[in-house]
Design a binder for this molecule. Structure first.
Ligand SMILES: *Cc1c(COP(=O)(O)O)cnc(C)c1O
Length: 359
């Protein structure tokens, strides 16, 4: 077996032990004589998987009783629409701009009201920070931010104070990277395929009284309330994706929980940014200290030719998917929870040797 080191921004690398367990259970799920793929979402085998995933997520993030967990479809991009559909109602909402994903969320909200920018991380022509000071509007229905800007490599470590405004966060690329005070949020959403599992399921953690206030003038399937009432079983959920997220959650539990993930992730970030900061003449990270993402580190090399050479050589060495997003160029190192610290160490060693040769 030869597996590469996959630094993909998403769908992203999964823990090998999870893939092996899934393989072993694929044909005959726990002695039931059929694959989980073939089980009814109303049967007791799947019910156990569903309930365990819920319980484990609640435990790992200490989700309070005020909040409910939903397993939805349509991706984070679907949430860009579901949120304003439910909560904007022709009114104003405050959005925080940290690049491409927040812009998409903003554009989608225009169909249902008047989103406005309450803060930006942009300086000149680059996004450089996760803004902590926001210019909030008194009548905003909610405040929306992206906890980790996957393309720009910008992450909130602590969140801005929004007073009593409902805070909505797109946590697609960092939910569960560390412990989180869920009570601060009215609604959190995350496509699973970056930090939590495979593509196909979108996690939502929402305050029950908030979703109760959501609009009702469109089909129930798009209403958070209805999905909550039915424990995400109003129609056939993506059972296999939920099963795999459940396995990843068990893996997180076995590796120290959310605090264990934070220690792992900070270690990887220190390794990578440590080298970048030690050689600013060779590695240029556009993002300010304090806003640099430990999930997706972005940087440039002295020339585009060197960048192309770096990508070719790392690929030949079994380290793949390091190319920066087409809108920003350069190199992007995605190192979500499942990325082993020793693999980041291997890349950093390679980066240093490359610098010595070409610097
Ligand atoms: C990947 C990503 C999205 C889009 O997710 P889909 O599940 O493909 O819709 C949205 N927001 C952020 C922050 C992302 O990283």
């Amino acid at each position: 077996m030869s597996r590469v080191i996959n630094f993909s921004p998403g769908p992203a690398t999964l823990p090998l032990s999870v893939l092996e367990e899934v393989r072993d259970e694929l044909i005959d799920f726990r002695g039931s004589g059929m694959s989980l793929l073939e089980h009814s979402h109303r049967g007791k085998d799947y019910e156990a998987v569903h309930n365990a995933a819920n319980a484990d997520l609640r435990e790992l993030l200490s989700i309070p009783d005020t909040h409910t967990v939903l397993w939805m479809q349509g991706g984070a991009t679907g949430q860009f629409a579901f949120v304003p559909m439910s909560f904007l109602g022709g009114g104003v909402a405050d959005y925080v701009n940290t690049g491409s994903w927040s812009k998409k969320a903003f554009e989608s909200a225009k169909f249902y009201g008047e989103p406005r920018w309450a803060g930006t991380g942009k300086e000149g022509d680059k996004f450089v920070r996760a803004p902590m000071t926001l210019d909030l509007s008194a009548d905003a229905k909610y405040v929306h931010l992206t906890s980790n800007a996957t393309i720009m490599g910008i992450q909130y470590d602590a969140f801005p104070d929004v007073g009593d405004k409902p805070l909505v966060a797109d946590m697609s690329s960092d939910l569960l990277w560390k412990p989180l005070d869920v009570s601060k949020f009215a609604l959190i959403y995350a496509g699973a395929q970056k930090n939590l599992g495979p593509a196909g399921v979108t996690l939502v953690i929402a305050r029950k009284d908030f979703i109760e206030q959501g609009a009702k003038d469109f089909p129930e399937i798009f209403q958070y309330r209805y999905i909550a009432e039915n424990d995400s079983l109003q129609n056939t959920p993506p059972t296999f994706a939920i099963y795999m997220v459940g396995k990843v959650l068990k893996w997180v539990k076995a590796n120290g929980g959310a605090a264990g993930m934070e220690a792992r992730n900070r270690k990887k970030g220190e390794l990578l940014y440590g080298l970048i900061d030690a050689h600013p003449e060779f590695f240029r990270c556009p993002v300010e200290q304090g806003s640099r993402s430990v999930m997706n580190a972005v940087f440039r090399l002295p020339t585009e030719e060197l960048e192309a050479q770096f990508l070719a050589e790392t690929k030949a060495a079994g380290m793949v998917n390091l190319k920066g997003h087409r809108s920003v160029g350069g190199v992007r190192v995605s190192m979500y929870n499942a990325m082993e610290p020793e693999n980041v160490a291997k890349l950093v060693e390679f980066m240093d040797a490359f610098r010595k040769k070409h610097g």
